[in-house]
Design a protein around this ligand. Sequence first.
Ligand code: UDX
Length: 474
Amino acid sequence: MEGTKPHAALLASPGMGHLIPVLELGKRLITHHGFQVTVFVVATEVSPAQSLLLQQATTPHLPNLVSLPVVNDSILVDPEASVLEQLLSMVRGSLPRLRSAISAMKVPPTVLIVDMFGLEAFKIANEFEMLKYVYITSNAWFLAFTAYLPVLDKLVETKCSDLQEPTRIPGCKPLWVEHVFEPVLDIKNEMYHAYMRMAVEITMADGVLVNTWENLEHPTLAAMRDDKLLGQIVKAPVYPVGPLTRPIEPTDSENGVLDWLGMQPSESVIYVSFGSGGTLSAKQTTELAWGLELSRQNFVWVIRPPMDDDAAAALFTSADGRDGIAEYLPDGFLERTKKVGCVVPMWAPQAQILGHPSVGGFITHCGWNSTLESMVNGVPMIAWPLYAEQKMNAVMLTEELGVAIRPNVFPTKGVVGREEIATMVRRLMEDSEGNAIRAKVKELKYSAEKALSKGGSSYTSLSHVVMDCQMMSR
Ligand code: UDX
């Protein structure tokens, strides 16, 4: 029986933001589409949070999980290398192991699915005559932007960031340069060239999966299907298969934050978190603490030491980051807020928190996984983008979907003051404006559920991938 199932090999590049959606795709292929799945995880060192996630993923949904140690990790000790360079070279360094793991299989998998940073692995899929798909773990707008970069490249002579007018990508709202992450717009920057390469490599794919759904981004997806519009650029068929997010699994042990949430009134708590690695400056941390206190709302804050404070930053690598929290928060903050607030150092069970009935708002860095987790739980947001494509996500949430509010100036441009933070939190949690936003995000929650259900748009999209694989297996 096992032998007749199509076999998908999934490659997850390093980082929780990639691993989580890749694992969810793997689970869905198994549970809804009868696949056999092997997930290859590029790993140099596994954090405790990652290790817990992998443990949870293996039983009972994902039988085959293979860790790929990086063969040549010299780049990791290069202090000059950017995060993207490190990421790409870690993936490159893991490819020899991927090749030998696949060649050791009696029959190679039918399809190799990589995330955007794993595109170099396509050459291995070619060697073993496998189908090759890329899985964009962000949204269709971001895919459109990346695919469009070579067109933009021809339009500008020096820096894309010199563009005075917004870029009009077919099917997408106008994109202002200030909403794009800077290095990718600078011809002299290594990141620009890496994204240009990715744009070309995406066109080599047999299919592109995107962690979005049809109703959320219909105009962009429609433009990608149109050969006169984005279709001629992306080339490969595009399949919206999301939102693939972690389910809310019951925790069997006591958990401080969930126990605390259990004692709060319905939708009364604002959850504050900046993703898998986001940190704030010392000044911004202080303002945020005051802002939360002044808002007089209940809160859960996943707190990390500010990276521009050397003593505090050192705590980032200490056991659990709990030591020294009081040192970098305003004097007496923990004491004064102990009845209304729950501060969690470093990492919290976010899927459970956002699914908890006591949570009524989310201050988020707009990483796409966090954004989707908020939407599928009907939680309205305050958009606080930090890096990567997060400013674009924030613009989509505020200007297009109306499910978030944002500071007057994005936090990447300066410090958001305590009064503004307190006002935003109250607008979201107490005002009629917040209720209207809440109603909109709940509509998205139902639209997402519909897309994923049998016969829904995302379910059907993934069925097309299954058909391609079945044809290939014959
Ligand atoms: C970055 C990008 O911003 C994102 O858009 C891209 O798609 C992947 O890389 P990241 O900072 O990892 O993202 O954030 P996000 O995409 O939101 O993913 C973080 C994941 O870690 C979420 O699933 C979140 O639930 C989980 N998480 C984070 C926790 O479970 N606990 C925490 O304390 C923090």
